[in-house]
Design a binder for this molecule. Sequence first.
Ligand code: FES
Length: 87
Amino acid sequence: MVIEVCVGSSCYLRGAPAVIRILESLITKYGLEEKVVLKGSFCMQQCTQGVTIRIDGAIHSGLSKEDASRLFHHIVLPSLEAAGGED
Ligand code: FES
């Protein structure tokens, strides 16, 4: 799974670094370093919406730190579990 966080200037100013930190800490907490790639991305053309991330190609915008944590628990973890198994 790939999670891209927009680090364009608008998202950056609206809190992208905090969103990256929380996602990093959740990935570490759940031991998902091997399964989830977290990376920065150029502007996703959603600048007016607030911090924008893309999870496996699906865009989510207007995120606070809390929203990022919620997405992690409601989208990332379940879809990793659905993909399933030990690996
Ligand atoms: S700067 Fe993030 S969508 Fe444009």
